[in-house]
Design a protein around this ligand. Structure first.
Ligand code: CP
Length: 316
């Protein structure tokens, strides 16, 4: 099966195709309502989630398939010491595709290597969150008509924010992106992600601490939550958590068509005042996440979307 542990498991053409499928699905919900009839997905969530789990599940239900799974490791046999590989070898007897979220980096890779059915990474520790990136790309595509030739600011916890790592690596593949990496010294972007930017001649980056001085340059501002669950030290978390709070005053300094993205959940880093601003795109991102998961689930299963023509552009 075709697993997706990182977006490097998909070609750039396949990512493009998923974007076109998501656009088609949004406009043709009834036509695709039986695309995955008879299929079952297992959602194995060893870590809390609202959007990712519910949208993986809704995606399968909206394609005509069904869902099993667990939300919280305490209810599954991992609490009795069962390994990821054994769990996957068990569940693979029941379902056609698995989505797994786990607090340990590499868990999704281990899961994908244990079985032949497709395994989709729904977030592995501080490493990657590829389907969030698909949601982010879909949001850029719908806001700007493109996913590159943009200045993209990423702000907050760039160390532990796995959505940031997936997004930067994927945007590098599309090329022509200027990254503005905004974080305190303690929460800078990991070296392996910076190396990916450096290895992409058409992309550039700067690392800064101050949001206000750069916000006017940005086409996209991707805010992130400080990842309390990945901190070793509560004092550090408390000191850093409110470093950046996007509010209406700061937005006044931004371009009129800048898009504010956030993978959610937010804590304090975007004031609720911003929600009514046309630049706020984070709830659109949630919807796009469901559409992209519909596109991905049907694709990894090899199920056609009735009426979808990969060469035809949707008319808005
Ligand atoms: N964006 C995201 O992964 O949200 P959840 O943790 O609620 O799934």
């Amino acid at each position: 099966g075709k697993s997706v542990v990182t977006l490097d498991d998909l070609t750039t053409e396949q990512i493009d195709l998923l974007l076109r499928k998501a656009e088609y699905i949004d406009a043709h919900r009834r036509e695709v309502a039986h695309a995955c009839d008879g299929r079952i997905i297992a959602t194995l969530f060893y870590e809390p989630s609202t959007r990712t789990r519910l949208s993986f599940e809704t995606a399968m239900l909206r394609l005509g398939g069904q869902v099993i799974g667990f939300a919280g490791a305490q209810l599954a046999s991992v609490s009795k010491g069962e390994s990821i590989a054994d769990t996957l070898k068990t569940v693979a007897n029941f379902v056609d595709v698995v989505a797994i979220r786990h607090p340990k980096e590499g868990a999704a890779l281990v899961a994908s290597e244990a079985v032949d059915i497709p395994v989709i990474n729904a977030g592995d520790g501080g490493h990657m969150h590829p389907t969030q990136t698909l949601a982010d790309l879909c949001t850029l595509q719908s806001r700007f008509g493109r996913v590159n030739n943009l200045t993209v600011g990423l702000c907050g916890d760039l160390t532990f924010g796995r959505t940031v790592h997936s997004l930067i690596e994927t945007l590098c593949r599309f090329g022509n992106v200027n990254f503005v990496l905004i974080s305190p010294d303690e929460l800078k972007t990991p070296r392996y992600v910076i190396d990916r930017i450096k290895a992409t001649p058409s992309c550039s980056y700067v690392e800064v601490k101050d949001l206000i001085s750069v916000i006017g340059d940005l086409d996209v501002l991707y805010m992130t939550r400080v990842q309390q669950e990945r901190f070793f030290n509560e004092d550090d978390y408390l000191r850093l958590r409110d470093t950046y709070i996007l509010d209406e005053d700061k937005l006044r300094l931004a371009k009129k068509d800048m898009a504010v993205l956030h993978p959610l959940p937010r804590v304090n880093e975007i004031s609720v005042d911003v929600d009514g601003d046309p630049r706020a795109a984070y709830f659109e991102q949630v919807k796009n996440g469901m559409l992209m998961r519909m596109a991905l689930e049907s694709s990894v299963l090899g199920d056609d979307l009735p009426g979808f023509d990969p060469d035809k552009k949707e008319v808005a």
